[in-house]
Design a protein around this ligand. Structure first.
Ligand SMILES: [Zn+2]
Length: 316
């Protein structure tokens, strides 16, 4: 086994590329490329390749020491053929990532969904170390999850198991990006909170979040945190609502999968402790009493790096 792997996390807001030491799971160094408005396959590929080249430059690592390149992407993946079938947040569709990277670097390339890669990272080196039955839930633009049973990831017949963001919580509810109505992520994601706050502001409601919000910019998790710290009524109300919906989603996971541990991650969970605490408290109250006795909650411990670390181990 060679000493290092390269882990890549293709997200809607940034591309993270890291050199990971195989034995320890340590990130030796990394390159971060921001993804702004200019997305699409061409831009994603250009930024990814320049980022990998920069990483080789700054770490001075020789290609002969690299075992593999693992790519985690937010979207639907064809693992066998190394394709991104559809990643709406990156505006990438039918993109053969493996072919591009293999021809550029002549190294084995593996692909996974971003939530799956982050779960592998947390299982091997983070909050899930030593636990065989767990579910990782990530809250950001959407709500994604990954189920681990007896140490193995449950992928399902089409590799899409764990789409907790699209369990339906209100049959006639809010429209979801997937085309259905009333999906959990239309209520419990950061984007759902943003929409609620923006809608209220447009109607003339006041909020201290306006102190942080620049014209034309979107609401971030840290703006939400600061507004809650200042006891802003509107923001607190919108976050409370999302936490209650997410707690219902987690209670459903607990009842349905009966895991020992739920690991929560993503920008909103990391930035807004109030949201995390409210969610887990209510999840425990809402789920059935017997599975409630065994359930534990933790936050991710690798933070932003769980995806790149997990991506570095996709070959095993
Ligand atoms: Zn949906």
């Amino acid at each position: 086994m060679k000493k290092y792997s390269i882990g890549i996390d293709l997200g809607g807001t940034k591309i993270l590329i890291a050199l990971v030491e195989r034995e320890s799971g340590k990130v030796v160094d990394f390159v971060k490329k921001k993804m702004k408005k200019e997305k699409g396959s061409k831009n994603v590929i250009r930024k990814m390749l320049s980022g990998i080249d920069e990483l080789f430059e700054i770490t001075k690592v020789d290609k002969s020491e690299i075992n593999s390149i693992g790519v985690a992407a937010a979207g639907q993946i064809d693992r066998e053929n190394g394709l991104i079938i559809g990643a709406p947040n990156l505006d990438c569709f039918d993109l053969n990532i493996r072919q591009i990277l293999e021809s550029e670097y002549n190294l084995p390339v593996y692909l996974a969904n971003d939530v799956e890669a982050a779960t592998i990272g947390e299982m091997k080196f983070g909050s899930g170390k030593g636990v065989d039955d767990l579910v990782c839930v990530f809250v950001g633009t959407g709500v994604g999850s990954c189920i681990v049973k007896d140490g193995k990831i449950i992928r399902g017949a089409t590799g899409t198991a764990g789409e907790i963001g699209h369990i339906i919580v209100d049959l006639n509810g809010r429209p979801c990006a997937c085309g259905a109505n009333g999906c959990l992520e239309a209520y419990a994601s950061r984007s759902a909170i943003e929409k609620r706050i923006e809608g209220a502001l447009k109607k003339g409601r006041h909020s201290v979040i306006l102190d942080y919000l620049e014209e034309g910019k979107s609401i971030t998790s840290s703006m939400i945190r600061k507004s809650i710290e200042r006891e802003d009524e509107l923001v607190t109300h919108c976050v409370d609502e999302a936490a209650i919906y997410l707690s219902g989603g987690l209670a459903s996971i607990i009842n349905f999968v009966n895991p020992k541990l739920i690991i929560l991650g993503g920008g909103l969970i990391e930035a807004v402790d109030y949201f995390y605490k409210k969610t887990i408290k209510n999840a425990k109250l809402k789920c059935l009493p017997v599975p409630a006795t065994k359930i534990e909650f933790k936050k991710t411990s690798l933070g932003d790096f769980s995806g790149v670390i997990g991506a570095a181990y996709l070959d095993i």
